[in-house]
Design a protein around this ligand. Structure first.
Ligand SMILES: NC(=O)c1ccc[n+]([C@@H]2O[C@H](COP(=O)([O-])OP(=O)(O)OC[C@H]3O[C@@H](n4cnc5c(N)ncnc54)[C@H](OP(=O)(O)O)[C@@H]3O)[C@@H](O)[C@H]2O)c1
Length: 249
């Protein structure tokens, strides 16, 4: 799909990958609904993103998530692309996990994207086409990370919903893709839910792993997914090997 003049929803648009994507797609001619929790923060960011529509929602709340789609439709009159990007990390050994935190992470990382897919599907079907992009994580192909079970499980679940939705919706000309970002330098690590000291920092390149990507690299990957309609998209070709062998970083 050509991005020019398309109406795009980006969740988690106040920071990191979402903000970089909102800016990049706007530069390419799209109009972007910016979704995150703080209206004042989004209003401020929107000043530098022409044509954007800042709209706050706590996407963990199902009614707020679904209402957000309706408000975007009222504002722009159509929705061409949904980018399910909002997500959060949680670090804990399984022994110490608090199940309320599993719920919180799965609500945002898995249930919200499913609810938003449900909400945009009839809109896109009526329009005759649409694109849904889900932001998973390269961690789903890596060997198990101690302390990361909840996050990786949520991102595996999201990838599965994405691949199945792709099959179910292709008859309606709705293309669903999943992106697997590499380590990306954003607030994601700092904002990890309930962490010990070891996971607050962006993992450093120590010679064994490549340096973190910038959020802009992922924004470019998202545009590639929009343009090509591929099912599974990686920022780097070398990451595709991980699908075969289990990458270790
Ligand atoms: N950074 C990485 O290394 C990396 C790697 C692979 C995949 N990813 C994935 O990439 C996506 C974006 O992450 P990022 O790295 O850009 O992190 P980030 O900078 O922390 O951005 C997260 C965004 O989600 C929003 N958000 C959080 N809770 C929300 C809620 N309840 N309702 C609405 N919005 C909410 C945040 O805004 P508010 O808190 O203001 O609402 C923020 O805009 C996530 O799904 C993450 O899992 C990241």
């Amino acid at each position: 799909m050509d991005i020019k003049n398309k109406i795009v929803i980006v969740t988690g648009a106040s920071s990191g990958i979402g903000l970089a994507t909102a800016k990049f797609l706007t530069q390419k001619g799209a109009k972007v609904a910016l979704v995150a929790q703080s209206q004042s923060e989004l209003d401020e960011l929107a000043k530098d993103i022409p044509g954007s529509f800042p709209i706050s929602a706590d996407l963990r709340q199902e009614d707020e998530a679904r209402k957000m789609i309706k408000k975007v439709l009222e504002h722009y009159g159509k929705i061409d692309i949904l980018i399910n990007n909002a997500g959060r990390n949680y670090s804990s050994t399984i022994e110490q996990i608090e199940t309320k935190n599993i719920r919180e992470i799965f609500e945002l990382n898995v249930l919200t994207p499913v609810e938003l897919i449900q909400e945009v599907t009839p809109v896109m079907r009526k329009q005759g086409d649409g694109i849904i992009i889900n932001i998973s994580s390269g961690t789903v192909f890596m060997q198990p990370f101690p302390g990361m079970s909840t996050y990786v499980a949520s991102k595996r679940a999201l990838a599965t919903f994405s691949l199945v939705a792709r099959e179910e919706l292709k008859k309606d000309n709705i293309i669903v893709s999943v992106i697997y970002p590499y380590i990306t330098a954003t607030n994601f690590y700092k904002d990890t839910l309930n962490v010990g000291p070891n996971n607050r920092e962006i993992p450093k390149s120590d010679g064994k792993i490549p340096p973190a990507d910038s959020a802009e690299v992922v924004a470019e990957t998202i545009l590639r997914a929009i343009e090509t309609g591929e099912a599974e998209v990686f920022p780097h070709d070398w990451m595709k090997q991980w699908q075969k062998g289990g990458g270790r970083v």
